[in-house]
Design a protein around this ligand. Structure first.
Ligand SMILES: NC(=O)c1ccc[n+]([C@@H]2O[C@H](COP(=O)([O-])OP(=O)(O)OC[C@H]3O[C@@H](n4cnc5c(N)ncnc54)[C@H](OP(=O)(O)O)[C@@H]3O)[C@@H](O)[C@H]2O)c1
Length: 223
């Protein structure tokens, strides 16, 4: 499978690349092609050491070029840049490309981390993505509560769950398969994309609890 990671030069992008290159061809994206190529080369060096039997690859390109021929596109960018980034990507993807939002709209205030859609009356991240990257049926959200530190550490399984939201059962199933390929990560279907706020809001909650109780990178696991 060809997996493109828009904003793949960030911490989450690195984690996704290292986890999925075992089986898939990963294209790390950036606004600058050269930055993407350098990040991809570094990830590839790390991957070869960590996964001697990897059968996939990691290359780099600018966000727009890579989007043109991907089976799956991960939007690994901050919430503030959804509009601008998606307006450039929208006409440049295959119609059957699955679009994944791990984006958490979050801000830090005096009381702690807060969820921007509640505080500022804005839309949940995946709802914004769905508006910009129609058709809505190909958009799914997941990975909101996965710490980049744990994702990048391929020596360890994650031992956690991630909620998936999406409207199309086939698209959700394909993403669930990709989630399951990450060691120790269990996909849990939460419901249609209209419920994405319930998954997105968990991240500021977890970070507040972690900070006040001195916990490192807590996750969510249904028992
Ligand atoms: N970090 C975590 O532990 C974590 C956990 C769960 C979910 N998330 C979510 O996952 C997403 C990625 O997280 P991250 O920590 O990897 O993000 P990040 O490091 O803050 O940013 C990722 C990439 O976004 C690109 N970017 C920066 N400004 C941009 C702009 N104006 N327009 C377009 N792209 C821009 C940058 O790539 P270039 O400069 O190369 O273009 C950057 O490397 C976020 O939405 C975050 O909420 C993060």
């Amino acid at each position: 499978m060809k997996i493109g990671i828009v904003g793949g030069t960030g911490g989450m992008g690195e984690g996704f690349a290292l986890r999925w290159c075992a089986k898939h061809d990963i294209i790390v994206g950036s606004r600058e092609a050269q930055k993407a190529k350098e990040a991809a080369a570094n990830y590839m060096t790390a991957a070869k050491q960590a996964l001697p039997s990897m059968s996939g690859s990691i290359t780099g390109d600018d966000n727009i070029s890579l989007a043109k021929d991907c089976d799956v596109l991960i939007l690994s960018i901050p919430y503030e840049f959804i509009d601008d980034t998606c307006s450039k990507l929208a006409g440049n993807t295959r119609s059957d490309c699955i679009v994944v939002s791990p984006i958490v709209p979050m801000a830090r205030t005096d009381s702690g981390f807060v969820y921007i859609p509640i505080e500022q009356g804005k839309k949940p991240a995946a709802e914004l993505v769905a508006e910009r990257m129609a058709p809505r049926s190909r958009v799914v959200s997941a990975f909101h509560t996965i710490s980049e530190v744990k994702l990048k550490n391929t020596a360890q399984g994650l031992d956690t769950d991630t909620f998936i939201c999406g409207d199309d059962a086939n698209v959700v199933a394909k993403l669930a398969e990709l989630v399951s390929e990450i060691s120790g990560l269990r996909p849990v279907y939460l419901g249609p994309l209209s419920l994405t706020y319930q998954a997105e809001v968990l991240t500021p909650m977890l970070l507040n609890a972690a900070r006040r109780n001195k916990m490192k990178h807590p996750g969510v696991k249904l028992t």
